[in-house]
Design a protein around this ligand. Structure first.
Ligand SMILES: NC(=O)c1ccc[n+]([C@@H]2O[C@H](COP(=O)([O-])OP(=O)(O)OC[C@H]3O[C@@H](n4cnc5c(N)ncnc54)[C@H](O)[C@@H]3O)[C@@H](O)[C@H]2O)c1
Length: 386
């Protein structure tokens, strides 16, 4: 009798803890593999820096991509396919369906949803210059917040309720603790309209998920994307004076700018200059594929936020030194006063993405500098060829 009882509880344990979880895992794995082959992803802002690198990774993994962009911040002749997407086609040998569509244009968006059977959306389209957002806040609110809510409305109308949203570490405002986890408060101390637009769109999406349990949303909070595709065919191509450190350094290296101004050298950091969490653009792009897979996991509903960073900060001077070593060029710089609104250090706790997205950044500071330099050297004027 005891022997029988022992045996049946053993069968129960195997069934409960091995067979059932294995069944779930297989179901999930099959649905992910099926999704890759058959899935059509609408990528808004697909011609931009993060968008174009993500389109490369999507195509490499057999997704069908529909890219839309209004070309406000990418190089294109007229309403033609932007140069970045032509280069994506060169890298992958695949074609990208592209529409010149503004996310604020409800009718044009709706047409795209009617023309294609879209499964999920990755939403990059936004204006992103922090300084400019202070000068023209209404343009930022209209484009980033108004445009996003128009997009969500059209998605819902067409029964598409899976979305990955490009958010930003700016939603955390001034860090209350480091490294920053996803539990850090958001929306408090966002110092500029750009950061607030990211926070507001996150809040809109949370409300949408509360109102309708069919929605599945992943909020990806990026830290500081840098680098370029290893081919040197696509990379960051800022118009005018770069707002970010890496494109500035590389433009100094290539002789387009005279010297770098380092804002603040008396912060309580390793060498007094500001520390940030830089992440290679190709690692960031892969994070979006992992987010798509996450939405298909059994029981995934509603929304969840993930930090995409390396979890390691580098100072401005460390970045300058690394870039000099890789490029063999001297980077001229001068130390100047702190800039208002800047913080000493900001870096991510990226352990949640590792645990739940099965994602981790693999490219180091050397790869970030090498690929930036490769892109800059081959394209001193960015995507503009003449
Ligand atoms: N690059 C960063 O440092 C960074 C950091 C955190 C978050 N983000 C977010 O990631 C996303 C992509 O950033 P990026 O660096 O690739 O910027 P980007 O400017 O290179 O790309 C954005 C693209 O969206 C397009 N766009 C803008 N408004 C549009 C509209 N109304 N309709 C259609 N297209 C529109 C632009 O033409 C551009 O091609 C943005 O939402 C940005 O806020 C970027």
């Amino acid at each position: 009798m005891i022997h029988l009882l022992y045996k049946s509880s053993y069968v129960f344990v195997v069934f409960y803890y091995v067979i059932i979880p294995l069944g779930y895992l297989t179901k999930w794995w099959v649905s992910v593999e099926k999704m890759k082959g058959n899935s059509t992803i609408l990528v808004t802002g697909g011609a931009g820096y993060v968008g174009s690198h993500t389109v490369v990774e999507l195509l490499k993994n057999n997704y069908t991509v529909i890219a839309i962009d209004n070309n406000v911040n990418c190089y294109a002749t007229g309403k033609d396919k932007p140069e970045s997407l032509k280069r994506v086609e060169k890298i992958t040998g695949e074609s990208v369906t592209y529409y010149n569509v503004d996310i604020r244009d409800k009718e044009a968006l709706d047409k795209v949803f009617k023309l294609h059977k879209i499964d999920s959306v990755i939403h990059f389209a936004a204006l992103k210059a922090v300084g400019e957002s202070v000068q023209i806040p209404l343009t930022y609110y209209q484009n980033n917040v108004g445009g996003s809510s128009t997009l969500f409305e059209v998605m819902a109308k067409n029964g598409v309720k899976k979305l990955v949203f490009s958010s930003s570490a700016t939603v955390y405002g001034t860090p209350q603790f480091l490294p920053i986890t996803e539990k850090h408060p958001t929306g408090q101390g966002c110092t500029n309209p750009y950061g607030k637009t990211k926070y507001f769109v996150e809040e809109i999406l949370k409300d949408v998920c509360t109102s309708d349990s069919d929605w599945k949303v992943v909020l990806l909070r990026y830290f500081n994307p840098v680098g370029a595709h290893e081919s040197g065919l696509i990379g960051e191509d800022p118009s005018g004076i770069p707002n970010n450190l890496m494109p500035y350094i590389s433009q100094v290296a290539v002789g387009r700018r005279e010297k770098l101004q380092v804002f603040g050298s008396d912060y309580p950091t390793v060498d007094g200059t500001g520390v940030r969490d830089y992440i290679h653009i190709s690692d960031l792009a892969i994070g979006h594929l992992k987010a798509l897979e996450r939405m298909l996991q059994p029981h995934y509903t509603s929304w969840k936020a993930y930090n995409l960073g390396t979890g390691r900060g580098y100072s401005v001077l460390e970045m300058v030194k690394a870039f000099s070593e890789v490029s063999g060029r001297q980077i001229k710089y001068e130390l100047v006063e702190r800039r208002e609104g800047d913080i000493a250090a900001c870096y991510a706790d990226a352990s949640l993405a590792r645990a739940e997205l099965n994602w981790t950044a693999t490219r180091d500071i050397k790869a970030m500098c090498r690929d930036t330099w490769n892109w800059q050297k081959k394209n001193p004027k960015g995507f503009q060829t003449s």
